[in-house]
Design a protein around this ligand. Structure first.
Ligand SMILES: Nc1ncnc2c1ncn2[C@@H]1O[C@H](COP(=O)(O)OP(=O)(O)OP(=O)(O)O)[C@@H](O)[C@H]1O
Length: 951
C-alpha cells in the first residue's frame, strides 16, 4: 500500500528490504483492522443496556467484556445504527483480508465514504420494516430505537413521511425498495472484494450450508451405533445409574428431593453440585432454566442460596415472601411505589369518565382480555399476574442480581429487561411501560375497509436522554426553598420532591398556622429567589402539603407519538379519547371528550393552543373512522385548521366565515334535535345505546317501524295512524372544533351564546361535542353562560391572574411556561398540570395526506346553508339540498297533482323517502301554494290543477 511506504525511512529504501518491510506493514495494517473488528464484535456481543454509557448513568461496574470503553462504544453503535453495525464489522474484516493477502485496498477513501453513506441507508431500510409491516417488529430488541437504530429510525420516518406526502400510499414501499438497492450497492462498493473473492465467499457459504446435513448424517450414524450397542448386552456397560443422585422437583409440593430416576442418555456428571441444579427444571414452573442466558429462575430461597458460591456468607433463613409484579402500565399506588408526583394525582377516575362504556373502541387483535381493561381497572389483571417468590432480603447482592445475558441470547431467548426486573429486588410495580409499541393495537377492526394512519407518520421520540436534574441539585433547591420561604415568614419543611419532564415538584409541609393562600401568594418571589422563569404554587388536594412546581433547567419535549405508543392509549375504552400530554410525573394523560362532554380552551398567543387543538384532532383521527366520527372545523383565523381540508371525516369544508359558523352551529342544534327524536323512537337514551340497538336490528334483519298520526278520519273523526319504517343508520359522533371563539362572539355574541348553551346542555347524549378555543379569555368571550355549560376547561399560559380566574376560577395559569404547558380542569374542578404533546405541521400534513388517499369527504350542504326561516322569504324556493332535492320536489308535485292527494305519508310511500324529507317537501308545497294548509283533521287540499289525460 502506498500509504505505508510513507512510513518507511529512506535508509531502508533498498529494493528487497523496502518491499519486505512494506509487506509486513501492510499485513500489520490488515491485522489491525481485524483486531478492531474483533473488539467491536466483543463489545456488541457483551452489550448490556444497564452498563454505564452516554445514555445510561449507572454506578455499577460495566458487564461489557471490554469494560467501560466497550460499554460506551457498543451503546453508541447499537443506539444509533442497530444491527447494521455487523455490516461495518464485515467491512473491516474484508479490508483486513485484502491487506493481509496483499491484494491492496484501492480507492480506500471512496470505500470508506461508501460505508459511511451506506450504513444509514441500510439501517433506515431495516427500521422501516416494522413501520410498514407492524407484524414484523422486534419487541425484544434491547434498545428503544429498534434494530435500525436511532439514525435508521429517523431516516425511515422522514422518508416515509415525505413519500406519503409526495407519492401517496404506495410511496413508502417504493422508497423502501430504492433504499434497499442503494444500500446494497454502497455496501458492495465499501466491501472492496474482487469477483474471485466473492466466488470464494459463495463457496464457503455453500460448504457451511451443507454442514447441518453432514452433522445429521454423522449423528444418525452415531445414534445407530449406540442403539446397536444397547441391543447387544454386556458390550459397553453404562455407569450404574442407581448410584447417581439427581435432584428433581415434586410439582405438587415444590420441595426438592432426590430420586434415582435418570435418563440413560443423560451425560454422566462428575458431581451433583450447582451444575446439576442449573440443568434442572424450574421447580415452580417445571420449565427448564434458560441456558445461555445465564439467568437462573429463582424459585425459592433455598434453591437460590444453593446456587450461590460457597464462599458467600450463608443467609439467615427467613419466611418466604411473595411479591406480584404489577401489570404493565398500572398506576395503582401501593406501598412499594414512591409518593405520587402530581399535585393532582388523586385524579385517577374522573366522574362520569366511564359511564355508558359498553365495549372498547380499540383493542388489539391478540390482546388478552385482562389487558383490554381500562387502565384504572387494571388491578384485576394484576391479581392474575404470576406469583414469584422473592429472595430473602439478606441474600448477598450478587446472588440477587441475575447474571447479565449478552445481546443475542437476550434477543433470542425471549427474555427482556422488563421480565428480569422483578427478580432484581426492585420496586414491585412496573414503573413505565417498556412494552414495545405495536401498531396492531391501533388498528381496530370495526371498519375493515378503513385504515387508520400508521404511527410512522409521526415523529418518534428521541432516545432517552438524562435531562432531569441531579439529586444534588434537587436537594440544594429544596434547602434553598426552605430558606427563601422562611425569609418571608413561612416556616415549614420540604418533605418530598419529584422531578418530572418539565418541572420538579417540591412538597412543602407548612408549620401549623401557616395559611396556604399566603404561600401561594409568594410564587413570584420564590421564582425570583431561585432565578427561574416562574414558579407555580398550589395546594395538593387531599393532602396536608403545598406543591411548589419549579421549572427544570432543561425541558423535555413530549412527543405525540409517545402518547399513542403508550399501552394505556390502546387499552382505553374511552370513545373519544384525547391524548392531552404528560402530567408532571411524566405519566401520560388522556381524557374522553364523550365524558367531558365539551371542552373550553384558552391561552395567550403562542402558548401552544393550536398545537394542542391539533393533537386533539389527531387523537380522534387515529382512533375513529369517518363512519364513527365526523368533524366540523370552524377556523375564523383561516390558517390554523385549513390543513385538514379534504379529509373524509369532515361534514363540510373548513368553515372560515363567521356567518357560516353560526349556520353550522344552528345546524348542529337541529341535528341534535333530530338525533333526540331518532333515539326516542328506538327508546334509547344515548347515542351508544342507539348505535348498539341499530346494529342489533340490522344483524337480525329486523324492520323497525314507528306509528305516526297522519290525520283524522273524516267520517268518524278519529285520528288515523300509519306505520313508518325507520332508517337503521348508525349515528357517528360529531365533534365541532372552533379555533377562535372570540371572532364569532364579535359577530353574533348573543346568538352564539344561546346556541352553545343549547348544545352544551343537551348534545352529550346525541353524541355531539364541542371544543372551543380562544386567545381572549375575557368575560365578554367566556361569558357566565358559557362557563356554566363548559365545566371541563384547559388553560394554556395566560397573561394575567384575572384571565386565569376567568377560565379556571383560580390563579396559576399565568405562571405556566408556555409551549404546551397547561392546566386541565375536569368537570368537578380538579386541576392537573399537563405538558401537551408537540405535533408539527409536517406530521399533521402526513396524516392528512394518508387519510385523503382513502376517500373524499361526503359534505352535507345543509350544514352551512342558511336555515329554513332565512330562506323562507325567497319566492318558490325549493328545499335546500341541491339538485337531488329539486328533483324529488318536482316528482312529489307531479304525484300529488296526478293523484289529487297530499300528505306526508303519501309522499313518503310514493317516493320511498324518509319522513323528514317528505315533511319538508309538503311544507314547501304549502309555502308555494300548491297545497292548502292542513285542516282540523289534518287533511290538505290539492290546489293545483290535475293534469288531463292528454297532458
Ligand atoms: N407541546 C409543545 N411542546 C413544545 N413546543 C410547543 C408545544 N406547543 C407549542 N409549542 C411551540 O409554541 C409555538 C406556538 O404554538 P401555537 O402556534 O400552538 O400557539 P397558539 O397559542 O396557537 O398561538 P396563536 O394563538 O397565536 O396561534 C409553536 O410554534 C411551537 O414551537
Amino acid at each position: 500500500m502506498a500509504i505505508f511506504s510513507r512510513f518507511v525511512p529512506d535508509s531502508l529504501s533498498s529494493g528487497p528490504v523496502r518491499s519486505r518491510l512494506r509487506d509486513r506493514l501492510t499485513e500489520a495494517g490488515g491485522l489491525g483492522l481485524w483486531s478492531l473488528a474483533l473488539c467491536f464484535a466483543i463489545a456488541l456481543w457483551s452489550y448490556d443496556p444497564r452498563d454505564p454509557s452516554a445514555n445510561t448513568s449507572s454506578a455499577q461496574p460495566p458487564a461489557n467484556l471490554l469494560g467501560r470503553p466497550g460499554a460506551y462504544i457498543a451503546d453508541f453503535m447499537l443506539q444509533n445504527f442497530g444491527i447494521v453495525d455487523v455490516l461495518a464489522i464485515f467491512c473491516l474484516l474484508a479490508w483486513g483480508w485484502r491487506l493481509i493477502r496483499h491484494h491492496g485496498l484501492t480507492s480506500a477513501l471512496l470505500r470508506f465514504i461508501a460505508l459511511v453513506c451506506g450504513l444509514p441507508v441500510i439501517a433506515a431500510d431495516i427500521a422501516a420494516v416494522p413501520l410498514l409491516l407492524p407484524a414484523l417488529h422486534a419487541p425484544l430488541w434491547p434498545t428503544q430505537a429498534g434494530p435500525g437504530g436511532a439514525v435508521g429510525l429517523s431516516v425511515a420516518h422522514m422518508s416515509i413521511q415525505a413519500a406519503t406526502v409526495f407519492v401517496g400510499r404506495g410511496g413508502p414501499l417504493v422508497v423502501w425498495l430504492l433504499g434497499l438497492v442503494l444500500g446494497g450497492l454502497l455496501l458492495l462498493l465499501a466491501l472492496a472484494l474482487s469477483l474471485s473473492e466473492w466466488r470464494g465467499i459463495g463457496r464457503g457459504i455453500r460448504v457451511l450450508l451443507r454442514q447441518p446435513m453432514v452433522l445429521a448424517i454423522w449423528l444418525r450414524r452415531v445414534t445407530g451405533d449406540r442403539a446397536q450397542a444397547r441391543d447387544m448386552p454386556n458390550t459397553v456397560p453404562y455407569p450404574d445409574m442407581s448410584q447417581r443422585v439427581r435432584p428433581t422437583a415434586s410439582p405438587a409440593s415444590g420441595v426438592r428431593h432426590d430420586t434415582a430416576e435418570a435418563s440413560p442418555f443423560q451425560t454422566p456428571l462428575a458431581d451433583t453440585g450447582s451444575r446439576v441444579m442449573q440443568a434442572d427444571p424450574d421447580v415452580s414452573t417445571g420449565q427448564p432454566s434458560m441456558p445461555g442466558t445465564g439467568i437462573m429462575p429463582v424459585t425459592d430461597p433455598k434453591t437460590a442460596v444453593a446456587a450461590v458460591p460457597k464462599s458467600m456468607p450463608a443467609p439467615v433463613k427467613k419466611p418466604e415472601t411473595v411479591v406480584r409484579p404489577a401489570a404493565l402500565g398500572s398506576r395503582k399506588a401501593d406501598g412499594g411505589k414512591p409518593a405520587q408526583v402530581s399535585l393532582q394525582t388523586s385524579w385517577m377516575h374522573p366522574p362520569g369518565m366511564d359511564e355508558e362504556i359498553t365495549q372498547p373502541l380499540l383493542t388489539g387483535g391478540s390482546t388478552p382480555a385482562s389487558d383490554r381493561l381500562p387502565w384504572h381497572e387494571e388491578t384485576e389483571g394484576q391479581e392474575a399476574a404470576p406469583i414469584i417468590p422473592s429472595l430473602p432480603d439478606d441474600l448477598p447482592a450478587a446472588a440477587k442480581e441475575p447474571a447479565r445475558p449478552n445481546l443475542l441470547s437476550r434477543f433470542f431467548s425471549g427474555t427482556n429487561r422488563a421480565a428480569e426486573e422483578p427478580a432484581t429486588g426492585g420496586p414491585d410495580y412496573a414503573p413505565a411501560t417498556p412494552v414495545a409499541p405495536t401498531e396492531d393495537a391501533y388498528t381496530p377492526p370495526p371498519q375493515p375497509e378503513w385504515q387508520f394512519p400508521p404511527l410512522s407518520l409521526l415523529k418518534p421520540p428521541p432516545s432517552a436522554e438524562a435531562t432531569k436534574p441531579t439529586e444534588e441539585l434537587l436537594h440544594a433547591n429544596a434547602t434553598q426553598l426552605v430558606t427563601v420561604l422562611s425569609e418571608y415568614g413561612v416556616q415549614g419543611e420540604i418533605v418530598a420532591y419529584h422531578a418530572g419532564p418539565v418541572v420538579t415538584l417540591y412538597e412543602l409541609q407548612p408549620a401549623p398556622g401557616i395559611r396556604a393562600a399566603r404561600v401561594i401568594g409568594l410564587a413570584d418571589d420564590v421564582a425570583r429567589s431561585l432565578s427561574v422563569l416562574s414558579v407555580r404554587i398550589a395546594t395538593v388536594p387531599g393532602r396536608n402539603v403545598i406543591g411548589i412546581e419549579v421549572p427544570n433547567t432543561r425541558r423535555e419535549t413530549v412527543y405525540f407519538s409517545e402518547l399513542l405508543m403508550d399501552p394505556q392509549w390502546a387499552h382505553s375504552r374511552a370513545r373519544l379519547n384525547l391524548a392531552l400530554g404528560k402530567d408532571i410525573a411524566g405519566e401520560s394523560v388522556y381524557s374522553d371528550l364523550a365524558a367531558m362532554p365539551h371542552l373550553l380552551i384558552a391561552g395567550t398567543t403562542g402558548s401552544g393552543k393550536s398545537v394542542g387543538v391539533n393533537s386533539m384532532i389527531l387523537s380522534l383521527l387515529y382512533r375513529l373512522s369517518p363512519e364513527q366520527c365526523r368533524l366540523i372545523l370552524i377556523d375564523p383565523k383561516i390558517l390554523e385548521l385549513s390543513i385538514y381540508e379534504g379529509i373524509p371525516h369532515l361534514m363540510t369544508p373548513v368553515v372560515t366565515e363567521p356567518a357560516k359558523a353560526v349556520a353550522a352551529l344552528k345546524w348542529a342544534v337541529r341535528e341534535m334535535d333530530r338525533r333526540y327524536r331518532a333515539m326516542a323512537h328506538l327508546q334509547v337514551r344515548n347515542i351508544a345505546s342507539y348505535n348498539e340497538r341499530v346494529a342489533e336490528a340490522r344483524a337480525r334483519g329486523e324492520i323497525v317501524t314507528r306509528r305516526v298520526q297522519t290525520g283524522y278520519d273524516p267520517e268518524t273523526g278519529k285520528p288515523t295512524f300509519e306505520e313508518q319504517q325507520l332508517a337503521l343508520d348508525s349515528l357517528p359522533y360529531l365533534v365541532i372544533v372552533v379555533d377562535e371563539m372570540a371572532d364569532l362572539m364579535i359577530v353574533a355574541g348573543k346568538e352564539i351564546e344561546a346556541l352553545l348553551q343549547r348544545l352544551a346542555q343537551k348534545a352529550r347524549a346525541a353524541g355531539i361535542h364541542l371544543i372551543l378555543a380562544t386567545q381572549r379569555p375575557s368575560v365578554d368571550v367566556i361569558t357566565g353562560t358559557i362557563k356554566a355549560n363548559f365545566p371541563t376547561r384547559i388553560s394554556f399560559q395566560v397573561i394575567s391572574k384575572f384571565d386565569s380566574r376567568t377560565i379556571l376560577g383560580e390563579q396559576g395559569a399565568e405562571q405556566l411556561l408556555g409551549r404546551g404547558d397547561m392546566l386541565f380542569m375536569q368537570a368537578g374542578g380538579r386541576i392537573t398540570r399537563v405538558h401537551g404533546p408537540f405535533v408539527d405541521d409536517n406530521e399533521v400534513e402526513a396524516v392528512v395526506a394518508f387519510l385523503r388517499t382513502q376517500g373524499e369527504p361526503i359534505y352535507d350542504d345543509d350544514v352551512i346553508s342558511p336555515q329554513e326561516e332565512d330562506s323562507s322569504g325567497k319566492p318558490f324556493a325549493a328545499p335546500a339540498g341541491g339538485g337531488e332535492e329539486d328533483g324529488l320536489f318536482a316528482q312529489a308535485v307531479e304525484v300529488v297533482a296526478r293523484e289529487g292527494k297530499a300528505s306526508t305519508s303519501f309522499i313518503q310511500r310514493h317516493l320511498s323517502i324518509g319522513y323528514n324529507r317528505a315533511a319538508k317537501i309538503i311544507e314547501q308545497m304549502e309555502k308555494e301554494g300548491l297545497v292548502s294548509e292542513a285542516n282540523h283533521v289534518g287533511r290538505r287540499e290539492v290546489l293545483m290543477r290535475r293534469p288531463t289525460e292528454d297532458e
